[in-house]
Design a protein around this ligand. Structure first.
Ligand code: DAH
Length: 376
């Protein structure tokens, strides 16, 4: 078994005994260095030979040079220096062999095969409802309207009372309201509900901003409607409100006619039919000529389903702001004797259904990527 090399004391300092000792040391250095294969090995090797405390270099310095008698010092100094140089060179060359090899193997393992197919990262797109909402908002932005928003959990006051729905008025029934439970102790107007329309934000905005005012209000609304192909308990509306001195029904018609042409194409026609909403007087429903069949009621030989062959599609409710509504915000500059305005409200999902030919509103809210990908 090979014994571990140790630095011997010199019995005499003759050239012959230096020769022997040097030969033994160099052969130990040689055989130890060729057995080094890793970084850890190399550090041990380096410390064994070069450590200040008790390394081989220190030992030959002590045993071969310091211990030498005066007359042998010169000779011993030269030999020890020469050995120090050889030891340092050996340690360095082993380092290069090991670390150089590591770099090479790392280059191989980190290399990239540029012939492999890449990783596909799907790019998100706007949901069709959001895209439709943004298109509608931008039509009105271009007319100088700002965007206003409000809470989805709303009080009875904003959702109904300030919009001229008196308590217990039958018009509240048409809204299929979802009320928050356990509020019987609160005064009726403070009771919370899920807003059934975006109209409460008309009041909230008029409380905040003085006239003149031109805003659109996009958002989610909720009704106790069981889900089916054309109903969803949550859906989207966009509301509009313009208030100034001398706003007329002519402004309402001109604005909405322009908006429909911007949205559905310059060929569409609009038509207004009398209706009722508590917060507008007079009130109307606006129809647009069917942009699917072009107003003829037929697609080739087939009946046009979106307009039920009538050639017209009901698209929104609108009207002149009822003076009773202004009474609730009179303190902020909305004196019904001085200002007038028009308002409208439209279902965004319905517009998206018509625009993209979707046959079931539920598809918008199921998050099925196969459906949504078609809009990418
Ligand atoms: N808030 C009504 C609804 O949800 C829609 C509506 C009709 C809004 C007429 C208006 C309006 O601003 O003037 O059914």
């Amino acid at each position: 078994m090979a014994t571990v090399y140790t630095v011997p004391k010199l019995t005499d300092y003759s050239p012959a005994s230096f020769e022997t000792a040097t030969r033994d040391l160099l052969s130990a250095l040689e055989s130890e260095s060729s057995a080094i294969h890793g970084d850890t090995d190399w550090k041990i090797f380096r410390d064994r030979w070069m450590a200040r405390k008790d390394g081989m270099v220190t030992q030959i310095n002590d045993l071969w040079l310091k211990a030498a008698p005066k007359e042998a010092k010169r000779e011993a100094g030269q030999r020890v220096n020469e050995l120090k140089g050889k030891i340092a060179a050996s340690v360095e060359s082993v380092r290069q062999r090991i670390q150089g090899g590591r770099t090479a193997s790392r280059l191989t393992s980190d290399s990239v095969d540029i012939t492999l197919p890449g990783v596909r990262r799907p790019v998100g797109v706007e949901h069709p409802v959001i895209r439709t909402r943004n298109e509608l908002v931008s039509v009105f932005r271009n007319l100088g309207y700002s965007v206003s928003e409000g809470p989805e959990i709303e009080s009875d006051y904003y959702n109904f009372e300030a919009l001229n729905f008196p308590p217990n008025h039958p018009a509240r029934d048409t809204q299929d309201t979802l009320f928050i439970a356990g509020q019987d102790k609160k005064p009726p107007r403070e009771r919370l509900l899920l807003r059934t329309h975006t109209s409460p934000v008309q009041i909230r905005t008029m409380e905040r901003l003085k006239p003149p005012l031109r805003i659109v209000i996009p958002g989610k609304v909720y009704r106790n409607d069981p889900p089916d192909a054309s109903h969803s308990p949550m859906f989207h509306q966009i509301e509009g409100l313009a208030v100034d001195t001398n706003i007329t029904f002519g402004d309402l018609k001109g604005t909405l006619d322009h908006a429909m042409k911007a949205m559905f194409g310059s060929n569409v026609k609009t038509q207004f039919r009398p209706s009722f909403f508590p917060f507008t007087e007079p009130s109307a429903e606006m129809m647009v000529s069917c942009f699917i069949c072009g107003g003829g009621g037929k697609r080739g030989a087939e009946p046009c389903r979106p307009c039920k062959t009538t050639g017209w599609i009901e698209i929104l409710g609108c009207g002149m702001v009822d003076p009773n509504v202004f009474e609730f915000v009179k303190h902020n500059g909305y004196d019904p004797k001085k200002v007038s305005g028009f308002a409208f409200g439209m279902g965004i999902d319905r517009v998206a259904i018509l625009k993209y030919g979707v046959d079931d509103i539920q598809l918008f809210f199921q998050g099925d990527v196969r459906f949504l990908q078609q809009f990418a």
